[in-house]
Every structure is written in structure tokens, then in C-alpha cells.
Design a binder for this molecule. Structure first.
Ligand code: NAP
Length: 236
């Protein structure tokens, strides 16, 4: 698969070029804002349609400020879009749904299998609501722009949907420190016992490989809005 990346000069964009080569995919185009990316066949700081003529998928790992432009570019060029951008407003997700009328779109705040499994445990956890208090917590490196993380919000929303509407679920706790790549936990505090479900990303390759795996699948799909659940349902 040949792909182009928005945010190619960032931490994730850099990983995407590297794991792409290692996994037999072609990092064909790296789009950037100010800093020139490495590892891409071609790079550009303007969204030039000519550059993406022969690519199979667009992958967005930039920041919310460019989210709308990147969606429009994907639609204009009729290319599938995988987006991992977090910190976006709920209204911006609607833009993805609009785009999904004409192109295949998959957005996820986390491309790891572990987080997908974590999420699937939440329905069971919610059944314990009369015996335990819940708290979601996340820890990330100090350069991370959004807090709480997109993944923490996503886990929180999923858990909320499994609980009665008036259940007093506290907001996720966000901690910033050092070079932590991404840690998420749900603690269930009972009167005499505590359960902790914890996920720890040890290498950004996890997310880059996940995004490429998803992209390879997405390019075979019809236009529509897809989630990681759709992907794992068909591929696990
Ligand atoms: N879904 C997942 O699994 C997952 C995993 C990790 C991170 N993320 C998310 O992915 C995004 C990127 O993370 P990161 O750690 O790689 O961030 P980063 O290192 O700060 O990189 C941000 C990238 O966005 C580009 N950018 C900044 N302003 C821009 C603009 N106005 N127009 C176009 N591009 C612009 C930057 O380009 P310049 O360097 O040229 O300025 C850079 O390439 C974040 O939203 C993060 O939360 C998602």
C-alpha cells in the first residue's frame, strides 16, 4: 500500500515512515507544516492533489487545527482517510461523518489492540456499579497538547453509556510527566478490594503499525464511517 501522511514531521509521522518501510508499505508522501519530515519519498508543505494521485490512503497524525482541511483534501481527491488526531471537538467528528458519505473513513484516538480489548471490558465493569467507585486516569509525556487524552475520553464515554444517566462518574484524571508514551487505567474501588485495568504503550510503533494495518483494511471498504471495533470484528 502507498500512503501519504499529514503531520509527517511529528512524533507519530516519523514512526509511520519507519514502520511503513519495515512492513512493506510505501511512505510515498509526507505533508508537513514547518519542519521537514524524514523517511518519505516526497515531502510537501502544501496540499497538492498531484502528489496523491497514485496513493491508496491518506493518514492524518497532525493536530486539530488542520483537521478540517485534511478531511476536505481527502474528499476532493477521493481517497480513504485514517485519522488518529485527538483533541478535536465533537462537532468536528460530524465533518468526518459528512466525508464518510463519499469516502471510507476511520477515526480512532488509539490504534492499539490492547485499548480495544480494554474498552470491551467496560460493559462488565459497569455491572459492578453498586459495589465499586470508578476512576479513569491517563499519563502522557509533557509535550502532549490535549488533556485528558482522546483515549481517556473515549473510555469514559464508553463506560458512561453502560451506566445509568444519573450515575456520578468522575472526570478522567490527566497526568503529564517525562517521556511517557501513553498509560491508561480504570480503577474500581470497592469497600475492601480494588481492581485495576491498565494499558501501557511502550513504543509509538504500536500506534503506527495499528494505523497501517487499519489503512490496509480501509482501502478495501466502501465509503462509510468505520471504528476500530469494525476493524477488529472483521480481522481478529
Ligand atoms: N490514534 C492514535 O493511536 C494516536 C497515537 C499517538 C498520538 N495521537 C495523536 O496524533 C496527533 C499527533 O501526535 P504527535 O505526538 O505526532 O504530535 P506532534 O509530534 O506534535 O506532531 C504534530 C504534527 O502536526 C503538524 N502540524 C502542526 N500544525 C499544523 C498545521 N497548522 N497544519 C498542518 N500540520 C500541522 C506538525 O508539523 P510541523 O512539525 O511541520 O509543525 C507535526 O508534523 C495528536 O493529535 C495525538 O494526540 C494519536
Amino acid at each position: 500500500m502507498k500512503y501519504a501522511v499529514f503531520g509527517a514531521s511529528g512524533r507519530m509521522g516519523t514512526q509511520l515512515a519507519q514502520v511503513g518501510r519495515e512492513s512493506g508499505n510505501v511512505p510515498a508522501v509526507g505533508f508537513y507544516h514547518k519542519n521537514q519530515p524524514k523517511g518519505y519519498e516526497r515531502i510537501s508543505n502544501s496540499l497538492d492533489s498531484y502528489l496523491v494521485k497514485s496513493i491508496d490512503c491518506l493518514i492524518d497524525f497532525s493536530l486539530p487545527v488542520a483537521f478540517k482541511n485534511h478531511i476536505s483534501f481527502a474528499v476532493e481527491n477521493n481517497k480513504p482517510l485514517v485519522s488518529g488526531v485527538t483533541g478535536i471537538e465533537e462537532t468536528q467528528i460530524i465533518e468526518l461523518y459528512q466525508a464518510a458519505k463519499t469516502i471510507p473513513v476511520l477515526w480512532s484516538p488509539n490504534f492499539s489492540l490492547g485499548i480495544c480489548l480494554f474498552k470491551s471490558f467496560l460493559a462488565q465493569c459497569a455491572r459492578l456499579r453498586n459495589h465499586f467507585d470508578f476512576q479513569i486516569e491517563e499519563i502522557h509525556h509533557t509535550q502532549k497538547k490535549d488533556a485528558p487524552s482522546g483515549t481517556a475520553k473515549y473510555l469514559q464515554e464508553t463506560l458512561k453509556k453502560k451506566l445509568p444517566p444519573d450515575y456520578p462518574l468522575p472526570e478522567p484524571i490527566a497526568i503529564r510527566g517525562g517521556g511517557i508514551i501513553g498509560e491508561h487505567s480504570l480503577r474500581l474501588f470497592g469497600k475492601y478490594e480494588t481492581i485495576t485495568i491498565e494499558h501501557s504503550a511502550r513504543d509509538r510503533k504500536l500506534f503506527a503499525l495499528g494505523a497501517l494495518e487499519v489503512a490496509n483494511w480501509l482501502i478495501t471498504q466502501q465509503p462509510g464511517f468505520y471504528s476500530m471495533d469494525d476493524f477488529f470484528e472483521k480481522n481478529l
